[in-house]
Ligand binder design. Sequence first.
Ligand SMILES: *Cc1c(COP(=O)(O)O)cnc(C)c1O
Length: 396
Amino acid sequence: MSTQNPVFIPGPTNIPDRLRAAMNIQTVDHRAPDFVGLLKPVLADLKKVFKTETGEVITFPASGTGGWEAAITNTLSPGDKVLVARFGMFSHRWIDLCERHNLDVEVIECPWGTGAPAALYGERLAADTDHEIKAVLVTHNETATGVKSDVAAVRQAMNSADHPAMLYVDCVSSLASMDFRMDEWGVDLAVSGSQKGFMLATGMAIIGVSQKAIKASETARCPRCFLDFRDMREANAKGSYPYTPPISLLYGLRESLDMLLEEGLDNVFARHFRIAEGVRRAIDAWGLKLCARSSDLYSDTVSAIYVPEGFDSDTLTNHAFNAYGVSFGVGLGQMAGKAFRIGHLGSLTDVMTLSGLATIEMAMRDLDYPVKLGAGVAAAQDYYRQTRANGHKLAA
Ligand SMILES: *Cc1c(COP(=O)(O)O)cnc(C)c1O
């Protein structure tokens, strides 16, 4: 099996050589005085990626899920009410996590393929005149369905209802790939991880935290120890960690931030849109349909694609892996067997993306899907050729 083929899963993403080299280091003493010089600027630059000036960034050795757990347990107490919409596997898992922490979870059920229902959030908040709801949870990019939600609209609904709840956003598969504006959208807790837009190995939770959320962390009563904001903030203020940090990931993150900020965040977002749009043209040429129900919901980091009636998407992704050594995302939850996913975030070039489209086309033909070999690739090639002037500045 070749290890040179890119992955087309929506995280972990392909690691650029520059970042692999940065993470390949000898043992570093995290108690040595020079460690301060690494951590503090990394935390400062992360704020630029979250687009927050008033908030802080807190990191933990964990994955995105650990980031959720930290966000919830540091700011809420058992029995607190949270309002959350379920429209995919990741919003579902967030609900499960809140229930296991004995929060009182009010769920807005939405069809998968739709996004965060700002109007319904607004209705529930307006009805909550006693302000029992302490937290509003939104999955910015639902990785299971390839749906991007309008976080600003949810904030607007909260403001219209004049509701003081805090806004928690899962941006694990959107931060550093699609526009995210923590301060402008009034986000109190923004949860991400190292292995998606930051293009690093898995192992770090990265959380944007507003001043309001920091205040809440001083009195919140959910148990936590390893993931305690208080210990981490106290140590971070001295440029250190309360325990051994994920040192190689921090070196990688330094380099990743350099790459993202050198390219410029707007260019990073434009690059993701362009790569994604080529993939969407291919899907259209195959005659297949996205799970995302309308174009305003299309995610620029992952596309979830229904297979035709009578076909099984797991057979397709298994075949692509076994026959060609290329990973695509499987259908999750309700989408199992019905949809496969193409992850198109992080480090991808036109050429890499075309190789993925060509591979899934071959796999579909092998399994007698009614698609014409080359049709999707040609549609993407056309688009990439037409837009090349904007597209040659690619993450290496
Ligand atoms: C990947 C992902 C997560 C989970 O992150 P892990 O790092 O796997 O724990 C949560 N939410 C979304 C939207 C994701 O894409």
